[in-house]
Design a protein around this ligand. Structure first.
Ligand SMILES: Cc1cc2nc3c(=O)[nH]c(=O)nc-3n(C[C@H](O)[C@H](O)[C@H](O)COP(=O)(O)OP(=O)(O)OC[C@H]3O[C@@H](n4cnc5c(N)ncnc54)[C@H](O)[C@@H]3O)c2cc1C
Length: 336
């Protein structure tokens, strides 16, 4: 079914809670609907895909059409001895899918519990948390191309997943609408507890069962991240910068406590939250916006903020980090 909403408020449709409007929103629940939405001569002139709006900052009225997938089916496609392939439509809530996998005793998604958003958005920035990434479980992605008006399927390798990146943020940006994603989940126990406090939290719950891991991840996340219903935000506003090994080592010799993660032979990753904190900005507030007091990577809307105010704060944070460390930090959030 296709539903058209005209002059629609966006406040409830973005986790920052920014009060903008869109000229129109088209919701669809069947992938075939896209063939009529984008029928030649009839297609929207300017469009953008809106999932749950948890990684989008609206800075002005959206003068175009937001395309919103709403299909919520989850199906088992193939069963093998050790693993199973499932397919979920783009409109499924990511965390509902993780819960479904845990209930069905399937391993692979549990560390990604409670990441807000839709299944359709998960491949776009290759969502990740607690030592796991969506790319570890994605088998294939199905999408509609607005270029040739055809439905396509690409495998994991073709998605060119990287840290918060994929082909959907590169070559296919602006002409692919993901309609469903297939995942490969394991039937045998594969706990991945190497990250942060996870091991301790899981042990305190009695050991590495799927249910305990999911509960531990949910508990840690809820204690660290502000609830978007209370304080508007988009999770990590900035990506962790990846720098050359020599830059990382030079900074490490200056700042002994600085977290530094190897990425490859020649590159390493810095923690943007640590840099912002050390620049003295954790808890910084100006007008309706601020840097969260417990998690410096998160910019928050204290109520009534405009997208422009968030951008001004982001620019200030970036300039302070650049001045202190000589490091550029880039937004992870999609700015419209
Ligand atoms: C409190 C909080 C915590 C977070 N924690 C994490 C975390 O731990 N790890 C992490 O990786 N992210 C995290 N995020 C970011 C966010 O959860 C992810 O980016 C998520 O994938 C966004 O899903 P969404 O449906 O809300 O996408 P949206 O915000 O609606 O869209 C995000 C981008 O994906 C595109 N898109 C969405 N759906 C589709 C589709 N079907 N086809 C093509 N393009 C599409 C949009 O056009 C946009 O460019 C967090 C956000 C919040 C608010």
């Amino acid at each position: 079914m296709i539903t058209l909403l005209k002059n629609h408020p966006l406040k409830e449709l973005n986790s920052f809670g920014v009060d903008e409007q869109a000229d129109s929103i088209i919701c669809f629940d069947k992938k075939e609907d896209l063939n009529s939405i984008f029928a030649e001569g009839n297609e929207p002139e300017k469009w953008y895909v809106l999932g749950g709006g948890n990684n989008i900052l609206f800075t002005q009225r959206f003068a175009g059409t937001l395309i919103k997938p709403t299909g919520k089916a989850i199906n088992i496609k193939v069963q093998f001895e050790d693993y199973i392939i499932i397919e979920a439509e783009a409109g499924v809530e990511w965390d509902d899918l993780v819960e479904w996998s845990v209930e069905h005793n399937l391993w692979g998604m549990e560390n990604l519990s409670l990441i807000p958003g839709s299944v359709g958005a998960a491949p776009v920035q290759n969502i990740g948390a607690y030592g796991a990434e969506a790319k570890d479980v994605i088998e294939r992605v199905h999408y509609f191309s607005t270029k040739d008006r055809k439905h396509h399927t690409i495998g994991n390798a073709e998605c060119r997943f990287a840290y918060r990146d994929s082909i959907f943020k590169q070559e296919l940006r602006g002409n692919a609408i993901i309609t469903s994603v297939e995942f490969r989940l394991s039937k045998s126990s594969q706990p991945n507890l190497g990250y942060g406090d996870l091991q301790r939290e899981v042990e305190s719950r009695g050991g590495a069962t799927l249910k305990n891991i999911r509960e531990a991840v949910c508990a840690i996340r809820s204690s660290k991240l502000p609830d978007t219903k209370v304080l508007g935000n988009a999770g990590s506003f900035f990506k962790n910068p990846i720098v050359g090994k020599e830059v990382g080592e030079r900074l490490k010799s200056e700042y002994e406590n600085m977290p530094l993660y190897p990425v490859s032979e020649s590159k390493c990753k810095l923690a943007a939250g640590w840099l912002i904190d050390q620049a003295g900005l954790k808890g910084y507030r100006t007008g309706n916006v601020g840097v969260h007091e417990r998690q410096a990577l998160v910019l928050v809307n204290y109520g009534g903020a405009t997208g422009g105010e968030v951008i001004a704060l982001s620019d200030y944070v970036r300039s302070q980090v650049k001045e202190k460390f000589g490091i550029a930090i880039d937004p992870e959030v999609n700015i419209l």
